[in-house]
Design a protein around this ligand. Structure first.
Ligand code: FES
Length: 107
């Protein structure tokens, strides 16, 4: 599926995200090296660091937030109404056309 990811420098990347590799959005960002090593996915995808926070720009329907995601986002910086944790977004066919922007790096 095609996903557009705007990196932290504001550069837009249209990428092919596999739906058959059990990946989440944070892992896709890492595999395409759209954020420097060590600045995203710090907790390993456990919804415990918010380094994978992104803003959802498209009106793509996404799965509801889980309790862990909601709890982390209630404490994270730079959270907006359209914030999600990339590591909690499992890539599925339904996400074709998704557009997200990476949130600024947390200090
Ligand atoms: Fe840590 Fe997503 S990688 S919250």
């Amino acid at each position: 599926i095609k996903i557009t990811i705007i990196d932290r420098d504001g550069v837009s990347h249209e990428i092919d995200a596999p739906t058959d590799m059990n990946m989440n959005l944070m892992e896709v960002v890492r595999s395409y090296e759209l954020a420097p090593e060590g600045t995203i996915g710090i907790c390993g995808g456990m919804a415990m660091c918010a380094s994978c926070q992104c803003y959802v720009l498209s009106d793509t329907e996404l799965p509801e937030m889980g309790d862990d995601e909601e709890a982390m986002l209630s404490e994270a910086f730079n959270v907006k109404d359209n914030s999600r944790l990339g590591c909690q977004l499992h890539i599925t066919e339904d996400m074709d056309g998704l557009e997200v922007e990476l949130a600024p790096e947390e200090l």
